[in-house]
Design a protein around this ligand. Structure first.
Ligand code: CP
Length: 305
């Protein structure tokens, strides 16, 4: 018999208990209030972004800076990925040279499954294809808890490009686990039945929701559809000034960003008092600090194999 330490991967909120998710939300909020971070100065991490990013990459870097972590510079464009090295071999190489955790964004849905089997260091998923975006989900939850203290009994509409959205997938699952009602809206042909949520027309959905989560139209994943027109989308499914005037006075508006201003939301409404879009970005730093702390926390459980 051999005793093996549990590795604190963070690839999907589905793998965490609701108690652990609530603890991470509370820890993120505590860090935002100024609680001292668990400094992890002896650890080294690397950020591997195989897809473009501004918020996730920069806020992980900011979180790493606040925690005192060493960050090994890694850019896919100048690495041996360009010679055809696989993701698995790239990650195994970084583990072999002493990196203690990897933050990875990759276009392949579920890319982390093989990595989890082969690596003995934590993988933190910064977004996989149309699979999961758990750190985004955690910062979204922090933003909702800041507004309401909880999500139990709240109604959340996720509106837009649901079929391609890892943000929608992560949030739909975790919000229901935490006791919220989640509905989907936007173009019916972009709705995804596998999310396990009901569809509602936009005008009905917006007026009955406490939290309005708009999704970016992922133009890069609609290359075969030449019929898209931004102004038509905005009028049919966007948060226009007219629709904004009809939402609940206490409702909040979220968007993972980048925002297509004038498409998912009217240009000026991004800065509306009920919009929490830039608060989400601020919360992203503290959510990611909590996630990184967890990766290096002393394990509370040991598994015997
Ligand atoms: N919300 C989000 O994931 O943004 P980035 O693609 O800029 O990281």
């Amino acid at each position: 018999m051999q005793t093996q330490q549990r590795i604190s991967h963070f690839v999907s909120l589905d793998d965490l208990s609701t108690v652990e998710i609530e603890r991470l939300i509370a820890r993120g909020l505590e860090l935002k209030q100024g609680a001292p971070p668990h400094r992890t100065v002896t650890k080294t991490v690397a950020n591997l972004f195989f897809e473009h990013s501004t918020r996730t990459k920069c806020s992980f870097e900011m979180a790493e800076h606040h925690l005192g972590l060493h960050v090994l510079p890694f850019e896919t464009a100048t690495s041996s990925v360009q010679k055809g090295e696989t993701l698995l071999d790239t990650c195994k190489t970084l583990e072999a040279i002493g990196v203690d955790a990897l933050i990875v964004r990759h276009g392949e849905t579920g890319y982390y499954e093989r990595l989890q089997e082969q690596l003995r260091i934590p993988i933190i998923n910064a977004g996989d294809g149309s699979g999961q975006h758990p750190s985004q989900s955690l910062l979204d939850l922090m933003t909702m808890y800041e507004a309401f203290g909880h999500v139990t009994g709240k109604t959340i509409v996720i509106c837009g490009d649901l079929r391609h959205s890892r943000v929608a997938r992560s949030n739909a699952h975790v919000l229901r686990r935490l006791g919220a009602t989640v509905i989907g809206s936007g173009p019916r042909e972009w709705f995804d039945d596998t999310l396990g949520i009901a569809y509602q027309e936009i005008d009905e959905a917006l007026t009955s929701s406490d939290i309005i989560m708009l999704l970016r139209v992922q133009h890069e994943r609609h290359l075969d559809d030449q019929s898209f027109e931004a102004t038509v989308y905005h009028q049919r499914y966007g948060l226009t000034h007219e629709r904004m005037a009809r939402i609940r006075p206490e409702a909040i508006v979220l968007h993972p960003a980048p925002v297509n201003r004038g498409v998912e939301i009217a240009e000026e409404l991004v800065e509306h008092p009920q919009s929490r879009i830039f608060d989400q970005m601020t919360n992203g730093v503290f959510a990611r600090m909590a996630i990184l702390e967890r990766a290096f926390d002393e394990p509370t459980t040991k598994e015997t194999i």
